[in-house]
Design a protein around this ligand. Structure first.
Ligand SMILES: [Mn+2]
Length: 231
């Protein structure tokens, strides 16, 4: 007996119909598929493991061997509300460069994977964030068209050591590696700043806030937010 005929034969089936409507899905609820990624990448220069949840609370557990970079990545998680776990080991005895870059690459890949088909997202994000005297604007389009425009760092910023392993030139390199692997058009404009630590940290915070806005689910967006129909 098919389900249909069974129902037709037994009108009492009606009692199974819920008397009250099921709870409405909150417009801010994450989509059914969780927006997470867990990646691991190993080269002769580093081993990097990244776990990312775009619908997190800003919790992080970061260990890259470059303490200032850990501080920046924790800030990125905090202000994007992503949950982020990064465990990286690399040849930081040579230079922090390989490890810092490889973490940014895997983080970008993880972002791209976690975002999935980008259904229902806001897509664009824009944030201007101060840190004392430093002020940074970050604008993103997470549509899968990698591009980076990075301007305005104070003269000499690229050559300043921050902490014992992070040199200022790495900031642009991180933004480029992350954006290229994450499929993000990223504009970062340092509008003002003097303290090298603040200049970097304000950039990470602004990028975090812009990403948070871009990945946010907008209940008015039906499907993929592109006139092309795919991103
Ligand atoms: Mn700081």
């Amino acid at each position: 007996m098919t389900k249909e005929t069974e129902q037709a034969a037994n009108p009492d089936q009606d009692v199974r119909v819920p008397r009250t409507a099921p709870p409405a899905v909150s417009p801010t609820a994450p989509p059914a598929a969780s927006r997470t990624a867990h990646l691991r990448r190993s080269t002769h220069e580093s081993t990097v493991e990244v776990e990312l949840n775009l619908d997190g609370r800003g919790d992080s557990q970061i260990s890259t061997g470059v303490r200032f970079y850990d501080h920046m990545l924790a800030s990125l998680a905090k202000h994007s509300l992503f949950d982020l776990r990064i465990q990286a080991t690399g040849d930081v005895d040579v230079d922090a460069h390989h490890t810092v870059e490889d973490v940014a690459i895997v983080l970008g890949d993880a972002f791209n994977e976690a975002l999935g088909d980008k259904r229902g997202i806001s897509r664009f994000g824009d944030a201007t964030v101060p840190l004392d005297e430093a002020l940074v604007q970050a604008v993103v389009d997470v549509a899968g068209r990698p591009y980076v425009v990075h301007t305005g760092e104070p003269e000499g910023q690229a050559y300043v050591m921050i902490g014992d392993r992070y040199v200022g030139s790495l900031t642009r390199h991180v933004l480029e590696s992350f954006a290229h692997h994450g499929g993000i058009a990223l504009h970062v404009r340092v509008l003002s700043g003097r303290d090298p630590h603040h200049v970097v940290e304000a950039q990470f915070k602004a990028v975090a806030r812009a990403l948070r806005a871009a990945v946010a689910l907008d209940p008015r967006v039906k499907g993929i937010p592109s006139a092309k129909g795919s991103l």
